[in-house]
Write a protein that binds this ligand. Structure first.
Ligand SMILES: [Fe+2]
Ligand SMILES: [Fe+2]
Length: 142
């Protein structure tokens, strides 16, 4: 299904998240604290702003639209990913493995279930606000 253009910024960030998840999985046999530090840096620069946009804009609107179930899943996943990255950044390889697998699964859930619900239920102003926070690689008009 074609994604609403205002969610394409977040969708393009999901693509980058999947690339990151695969990169972590490839490193896993020789996971080190410097891999952990690089992961921490990318998480803080790229994933935290993305998580914030979802938590601050999409979730309150989805909750008001009667889908607290989707919100709880997102919040649970984000909390689990934040815990895993903290442990992975300290050099914990099993946490890094869990992080990679859970990030990929989280992205699949959002693309398959969360974003279609947002497209169906949320007001235009909410999607406009998401597009302002995550404009994506092309202009918002394209
Ligand atoms: Fe998310
Ligand atoms: Fe997301």
């Amino acid at each position: 299904m074609k994604r609403d253009r205002r969610l394409r910024g977040l969708s393009s960030e999901h693509h980058h998240a999947l690339v990151l998840a695969r990169a972590v999985e490839r490193q896993i046999d020789a996971w080190s604290t410097s891999d952990g530090a690089r992961l921490r840096d990318r998480f803080d620069r790229q994933l935290e702003p993305h998580f914030f946009a979802e938590e601050q804009v999409l979730l309150p609107a989805l909750r008001a639209a009667g889908r607290p179930d989707l919100c709880e899943r997102v919040e649970r996943d984000h909390a689990r990913l934040r815990r895993a990255v903290t442990r992975a950044s300290a050099g914990d390889a099993s946490a890094a493995r869990a992080f990679g697998a859970e990030l990929a699964e989280h992205v699949r859930f959002e693309e398959r279930d969360l974003f279609p619900a947002c497209e169906a239920l949320l007001a235009g102003e909410i999607l406009d606000e998401v597009a302002r926070r995550a404009p994506g690689e092309s202009s918002p008009e394209s």
